[in-house]
Design a protein around this ligand. Structure first.
Ligand SMILES: *[C@@H]1O[C@H](CO)[C@@H](O)[C@H](O)[C@H]1NC(C)=O
Ligand SMILES: *[C@@H]1O[C@H](CO)[C@@H](O)[C@H](O)[C@H]1NC(C)=O
Length: 379
């Protein structure tokens, strides 16, 4: 295998790049209590292992809703600066992540990364320029909205208004659609992206699962282990999380098998708190998805990577979803422009070496900053 690589590559390209592979996993609506290591009755052996042997982010904050959180991840800026502070982007709404803003994949692409997205976008699609492949991703396979059917990949917004929502690049993915449960389908797709890329060149893979958002749909075999949970919704939700955990196991094994693992940074994040009305739990945190209580904005998150200086630790620094942009662009040896006025901070040292947060991070604890975000939500 080794000599195949050197035989076919142009000179100079056979040396592994120093830039780490970046594998970012975004999960939809996983609650604070919905992971084994937070004391859940839901079994997540893979997530527990990845987090335990990496760094658990135990003071990690996101936005209370999907599009706002994802816009912050993509731009490193609070949603008040991108006009996405109101709610999610609705299916019929002519709105998307502002085209002037340079996205994380655009930054990594100009630093030499191959950029691939599999899964849920939900940052607008009303014109071609808004599509993931126009916003920095070389390839895209997934849904443009959220909460569609896990098998048929149809999304109904109101009665009678339904649309097919599985896309490959900028076209409907009718041909590739075999009606497979999306958690498995997206995992298969992520594996094929990894299999067809040369691990000596840096890759950014953004895998944004549809799971574990409602509708509560799951293949029957994952339900068996949760017979003891009396609440039907919670039981189905638990099974969906188990399937997600298995997907993470398959992904991790593939990262090892295809030669990415040793030079990889994996970040795992939920996009907002859990929805107790659809099986989620944020206990002991108050509130749920859609609220600015801790249960809405304090998320499950961890970093797993052999490149971490100190592993098997818990990071108590205040880490925010806007931080991934400067952190990952810097790790990827890309450049940040001064006029970007990012809201996030490069937090790699806090995560990797356990350094106390920088001054900038502690400034965020300023109550004034928090009250602004509350006002933003209620008006
Ligand atoms: C994980 O891989 C196994 C073996 O290939 C497969 O049977 C299973 O469906 C995969 N699970 C998911 C969630 O993709
Ligand atoms: C992002 O977009 C907003 C609004 O469209 C604009 O005011 C701002 O200058 C942009 N910022 C960057 C860094 O691209």
């Amino acid at each position: 295998v080794a000599h195949c690589g050197t035989l076919h590559l142009p000179k100079g390209l056979d040396k592994p790049s120093s830039q780490p592979h970046i594998i970012f996993i975004m999960v939809d609506d996983q609650g604070f209590r919905d992971v084994g290591y937070h004391g859940s009755e839901i079994k997540t052996p893979t997530l527990d292992w990845l987090a335990a042997t990496g760094v658990k982010l135990e003071n990690y904050y996101v936005q209370p809703l999907c599009s706002p959180s994802r816009s912050q991840f993509m731009t490193g800026r609070y949603q008040i600066h991108t006009g996405l502070q109101h709610s999610i982007i609705r299916p019929t709404q002519p709105n998307c992540l502002p085209l002037e803003n340079v996205t994380l994949p655009q930054k990594l692409k100009s630093a030499g990364y191959s950029t691939h997205m599999v899964g849920k976008w939900h940052l607008g699609f009303y014109k071609r320029g808004c599509m993931p492949t126009q916003r920095g991703f070389d390839t895209f396979f997934g849904s443009l909205l959220g909460s569609g059917d896990y098998y048929s990949h149809y999304k109904c917004d109101s009665p009678g208004m339904c649309g097919y929502d599985l896309h490959e690049g900028e076209e409907a993915a009718w041909e590739q659609d075999q009606g497979i449960y999306s958690t498995s389908m997206y995992t298969q797709k992520a594996l094929s992206v990894l299999a067809s890329h040369n691990p000596k060149r840096p890759i950014f893979l953004y895998l944004a699962f549809q799971a574990v958002h409602s509708p509560l749909q799951v293949p029957a075999r994952y339900l068996e282990r949760y017979k003891s949970i009396p609440n039907q919704q919670r039981r189905k939700y638990a099974a969906m999380v188990s399937c997600l955990d298995e997907a993470m196991r398959n992904l991790t094994l593939a990262l090892k098998r295809y030669g990415y693992y040793d030079n990889m940074v994996m970040v795992y994040s939920s996009d907002n708190g859990g929805q107790p009305l659809a099986g989620g739990s944020n206990w002991p945190l108050r509130g749920s998805k859609g609220t600015y209580w801790e249960g809405g904005i304090r998320a499950v998150g961890f970093v797993h990577s052999p490149l971490l200086t100190k592993r098997r630790t818990r990071c108590r620094a205040l880490i925010h979803i806007t931080d991934w942009y400067p952190t990952l662009v810097t790790l990827g040896e890309g450049t940040l422009d001064e006029n970007q006025s990012l809201d996030g901070y490069d937090v790699w040292e806090s995560i990797s070496e356990g350094h106390p947060p920088s001054q900038g991070l502690t400034d965020r604890l300023n109550p004034f900053t928090w009250s602004i975000s509350l006002i933003e939500f209620y008006i």
